[in-house]
Ligand binder design. Structure first.
Ligand SMILES: Nc1ncnc2c1ncn2[C@@H]1O[C@H](COP(=O)(O)OP(=O)(O)O)[C@@H](O)[C@H]1O
Length: 294
């Protein structure tokens, strides 16, 4: 994170002006050579993917991005991979929600935008992300799995300018299931655990495969503490899906053109999709191996 954070140092309180200034510094990097310097500083440049796969995945320090529509499961799979690879899972939606909960100077403005299903400005998002990266660097973090960023072409260009993203995983799921999954999402207000009460069982017809996704129910201690995100209403989810198609789908093409995009169609729920995703990534989960051996 060193160079990115150096760019961001001096970031003042998250006022609109400070956020805009931080974004300008971030954007300035897009036209400089810091991307290359940054890649070299983390010792990743010049190593072939083949050589790297022979090392322990926890030493890869991956810089991966997750794309995909609301409700597709970016958070679930990004979080699992972050444990497996020993890199932080950074979800810009979580950063926005933390800012909202903090009642800081941006909270009111953010609440209005998020609850309408719109995107927060690039300036604000970049400011929140820079702060998160800076805090991570102070704790010795390296590598990352980004979830929910970049979501616009401008964000993608800025990111591409400051560092080298290794891989972009684009999760895909049929649209009718996305809406049901968003409406079924629940969060434990105490432990923050994510659950889903939706039970999806669509039979295949006319050559289209069916899809089965079991609900992800909370343990008894969380059951009475479940809350729903204020933006997970039918109207707002539909707007978020529209915004994704308009502003974020071009980001898929952006990475596709650069040969970084891995398209992954979810075949079902976690038990079915997780092993297939690992296979697509040429990874193994030691926990799965242990349970298979038991
Ligand atoms: N990269 C981003 N750019 C702009 N707004 C963002 C970004 N990431 C998150 N947000 C804001 O936070 C909200 C919640 O984000 P997230 O939890 O990622 O939702 P989703 O389930 O739609 O993928 C978004 O609807 C948007 O308002």
């Amino acid at each position: 994170m060193a160079i990115l954070n150096r760019l961001m140092r001096g970031r003042a309180a998250a006022s609109a002006a400070a956020a805009a200034a931080a974004a300008r510094r971030f954007a300035a990097a897009a036209s400089s050579e810091v991307g290359a310097a940054f890649a070299a500083s983390v010792g990743r440049e010049g190593e072939t993917a083949e050589r790297r796969t022979k090392r322990d995945p926890r030493s890869w320090n991956v810089q991966w991005v997750f794309l995909g529509c609301p409700g597709v499961g970016k958070g679930t799979y990004a979080s699992r991979l972050s444990h497996l690879l020993g890199v932080p899972h950074i979800a810009t939606g979580d950063l926005v929600r933390e800012e909202l909960a903090s009642s800081g100077p941006l909270a009111k403005e953010l609440a209005e935008i998020v609850n309408q299903g719109k995107l927060v400005s690039d300036e604000i998002i970049i400011s929140l992300l820079s702060k998160r990266l800076e805090d991570g660097e102070a704790k010795g973090e390296s590598g990352f799995i980004l979830d929910g960023f970049p979501r616009t072409i401008r964000q993608a260009e800025i990111l591409e300018g400051v560092t080298d993203i290794d891989l972009v995983i684009n999760l895909k799921l049929r649209e009718d299931v996305l809406l049901t999954k968003c409406l079924g999402r629940r969060i434990c207000s105490q432990c923050g655990g994510n659950f889903n009460v939706a039970s999806i069982d669509i039979k295949g017809e006319n050559g289209t495969p069916g899809i089965y996704m079991a609900p992800l129910l909370p343990p008894p201690q969380c059951a009475s503490k479940l809350i729903t995100r204020s933006d997970d209403t039918e109207k707002v989810v539909k707007e978020r899906l529209r915004v994704y198609h308009d502003l974020s789908e071009p980001v898929e093409e952006f990475y596709g053109r650069r040969g970084k995009l891995l398209e992954f169609e979810l075949p079902g729920g976690i038990p079915e999709s997780w092993p297939k995703l690992l296979q697509a990534l040429n990874l193994e989960d030691p926990d799965d191996k242990q349970s298979a051996a038991a």
